[in-house]
Design a protein around this ligand. Structure first.
Ligand code: GDP
Ligand code: IMO
Ligand code: MG
Length: 430
């Protein structure tokens, strides 16, 4: 038995979906452990593209268990849509293979409403996805959240909705001057999801632990990225969950000693969607070129992603926080054709140099990248499947990333498709 975790080392959208789908072949169970439908994980199979927001990216493989863990915040309407969509496309033939933790918190209509109203009213916007993530995690911490297990019991659910709406409606009506939500509408709306969730609900912590004891392998699927972690990211421009791999244990209900191989996912450059500091952001024509070549538009909101060069300061920090065993470097093909490729090796503010990201936002916002300029390569790495076939310039670039970040590269991705991948070390081979 061996387990592995996939975690984003940047600001999300590193290409986790592709790698999780690819590695799912080697795992028995794939678990999402945090975040919600703010995630957008893309999988390309042939000419078909799937974007999954909630259901684990292992779902395209038959005979694998996919688990939505207790650490996720689940929007039943997105879950319903995703299940329907997958079934329509011929996946999810066996309902027994998808499991949702009874302890998973629900995203409620007032969470989404409050998320958007708050964003609209802020002078310094976070640029959230509007999926209700922050308000749902706030309620969980305030101990007024509503869980899947509560929805299954009509009376408990109605009581909790009624109680919650007293305060939420006060805010919506009095503070935001918007139409309040009706208790009966919310109850009726969510009643439609009761049979659906009943089909998949489970004590998933017990399930995973029993399977592990029987020798089955688990793949932990991280969402977002390390720089969006509520504690370790560029706070307050972060999401509302812990995205670092340490949380995979807590969000799945297993011991931290179960995590196994930690695969850190990075793009060969950097992107960010939403507001907040981004030291290596490239503006103008060159930034636009990366965006167009990389198709850098949000998989969840369609927003153009901000683009920039690889930031070794951020990646090094993320490797440390996650104890990454190896790296997957994604989208190397997007850098084809660049005459020179910059890599940020440290930051400076005035004369002061930083080899770690400063923790105060006002310091991080002032940081300027110090670049090392590497020569680009001739020819294309697109869809290349063996390391030896990579141009020397590309090999040099990858070696420099390894040196700067301090861990070996295990996987190189040269295209969006499953097979456009070079595997130097399989995380499941121990
Ligand atoms: P995730 O949130 O980390 O799963 O990443 P997203 O799915 O939001 O964004 C990654 C995008 O890059 C998706 O459109 C993928 O299909 C695409 N992608 C992944 N790997 C590669 C690659 O090596 N090359 C190219 N060109 N595209 C890739
Ligand atoms: P995946 O899993 C990129 C960003 C939002 C915003 C901030 C807070 O696809 O990598 P939230 O809605 O979570 O309260 O928004 O976090 N964000 C992501 N950026 N990829 C994601 O997920 C993200 N999920 C949230 O853009 O800046
Ligand atoms: Mg994404």
């Amino acid at each position: 038995m061996s387990n592995a975790a996939v975690v984003g080392l940047q600001w999300g959208d590193e290409g986790k979906g592709k790698i999780i789908d690819m590695l799912s072949r080697h795992a028995d169970i794939i678990v999402r452990y945090q975040g919600g439908a703010n995630a957008g994980h893309t999988i390309v199979v042939g000419n078909k593209k799937m974007v999954l927001h909630l259901i684990p990216s292992g779902i395209l493989h038959e005979n694998k268990y996919c688990v939505i863990g207790n650490g996720v915040v689940l929007d039943p309407s997105v879950f319903d849509e995703e299940v329907r969509d997958l079934k329509e496309q011929g996946y999810m033939k066996d309902d027994e293979k998808l499991l949702v933790s009874a302890q998973t918190h629900l995203i409620m209509p007032y969470h989404k409403k409050l998320d958007s109203l708050r964003e609209a009213g802020m002078t310094k916007k976070i640029g959230t996805t509007g999926r209700g993530i922050g308000p749902a995690y706030e309620d969980r911490a305030s101990r007024i959240g509503i869980r899947v297990v509560d929805l299954l019991d009509k009376k408990t659910f109605a009581e909790k909705v009624r109680e919650n709406l007293k305060v939420k409606n006060f805010l919506i009506k009095r503070y935001y001057k918007q139409e309040p939500l009706k208790v009966r509408d919310v109850i009726a709306d969510y009643a439609q999801y009761r049979p659906l969730l009943k089909k998949y609900v489970e004590d998933t912590s017990l399930f995973i632990n029993e399977k592990m004891r029987a020798g089955k392998s688990v793949l932990f699927e991280g969402a977002q990225g390390t720089l969006l972690d509520i504690d370790h990211g560029s706070y307050p421009f972060v999401t509302s969950s812990n995205t670092v791999v340490g949380h995979s244990a807590c969000g799945s209900g297993v011991s931290p000693s179960s995590i196994g191989y930690v695969l850190g996912i990075c793009k060969a450059y950097t992107t960010r969607v939403g507001e907040g500091p981004f030291p290596t952001e490239v503006f103008g024509a060159q930034g636009d070129l990366i965006r167009e070549k990389g198709g850098e538009y949000g998989a969840t909101t369609g927003r153009p992603r901000r683009c920039g060069w690889f930031d070794a300061v951020v990646a090094r920090r993320a490797v440390m926080l996650n104890g990454a065993t190896g790296l997957a470097i994604m989208k190397l093909d997007v850098l084809d054709g660049f005459e020179t490729i910059d890599v940020c090796v440290k930051y400076k503010v005035g004369r002061k140099a930083y080899s770690q990201p400063p923790l105060a936002l006002h310091d991080l916002s002032k940081c300027e990248p110090v670049y090392e300029s590497l020569e680009g390569w001739k020819g294309s790495v697109k869809d290349v499947r063996s390391y030896d076939e990579l141009p020397d310039g590309a090999k040099k670039y990858l070696r420099r990333i390894e040196e700067l970040v301090g861990v070996p590269i295990s996987i190189i991705s040269t295209g969006a498709e499953r097979d456009s991948t070079i595997v130097l070390r399989n995380p499941f081979s121990g």
